[in-house]
Design a protein around this ligand. Structure first.
Ligand SMILES: O=C(CO)COP(=O)(O)O
Length: 250
């Protein structure tokens, strides 16, 4: 972590949770104040309004590429904002796989979020075979380039990036702090060659089996500015403990 950047800890509930968990999480954070850490919770759509916006910031897990109108099953930026969202996860690997979201569609979604004043958390990350074949940086560059081409590099000032190696998601097999730092450094350099100021400011989160007992060593890396947490964000005490790790380093 670098003290120039305020760390972020975001919980991605994926297709988990219910009203009781939303209320439990809100209450747990009512008694915790992480002034130097941005804490975000991203529950399924129906639970967005159930989280106390005084306790945590709220994010969605997806956004429609459309503005409004006849698009059954879609949720627009306006509806998300009305529900109290400030953030939206875009391009999570599970959506890229389950819903065939291409780099182009992800770029369109980042664009519509930005145009409507929502902060995208752009997820990128490689499958294991890509890493094994030595194509890691080309793969990540293509994911980043698609968004740069669509929204322009200056717009990255409004983005948070989450590096989530697919082989580390939900597997208990986290990237080592050195592996995370290598990729985060690469992402920052990629951005710095295009806009130095944006590269210095942007928060780059690590995601993939972050738990209370490995958060500190991951967050201690100079280019890791926090985490995007799946499973461990469903338990208020684990999530608070991960937030505390970020607060202690910040
Ligand atoms: O995909 C993730 C967050 O978006 C990471 O999930 P896990 O923390 O469960 O590995």
């Amino acid at each position: 972590m670098n003290t120039l950047r305020r760390p972020v800890v975001a919980g991605n509930w994926k297709m988990n949770g219910n009203k009781a968990l939303a209320s439990e999480m809100s209450q747990a954070f009512d008694n915790q104040h992480f002034n130097n850490v941005e804490v975000i919770v991203c529950p399924p759509f129906p639970l967005l309004t159930q989280l106390s916006k005084e306790s945590v910031k709220v994010g969605a897990q997806n956004i429609s590429k459309f503005d409004s109108g006849a698009h059954t099953g879609e949720v627009s930026a306006d509806i998300l904002k009305d529900a109290g969202c400030e953030y939206v996860i875009v391009g999570h690997s599970e959506r890229r796989v389950d819903n065939f979201e291409s780099n182009g569609l992800v770029a369109d979604k980042v664009d519509i979020a930005l145009k409507n004043g929502l902060h995208p958390i752009l997820c990128i990350g490689e499958p294991e075979d890509v890493r094994d074949a030595g194509d890691l940086f080309d793969f990540l560059s293509a994911q980043l380039n698609a968004v740069v081409s669509k929204v322009g590099i200056d717009a990255f000032a409004q983005l948070t990036i989450a590096y989530e190696p697919i082989w580390a998601i939900g597997t208990g097999k986290t990237a080592s702090p050195e592996q995370a730092q290598e990729v985060h450094g690469f992402i920052r350099d990629f951005l710095a060659t295009r806009n130095k100021e944006v590269a210095q400011k942007i928060r780059i989160l690590y995601g993939g089996s972050v738990k209370a007992d490995n958060a500190t060593e991951l967050f201690s890396q100079p280019d890791v500015d926090g985490g995007l947490i799946g499973g461990a964000s469903l338990d208020p005490q684990s999530f608070i403990s991960i937030c505390r790790s970020a607060a202690e380093i910040a």
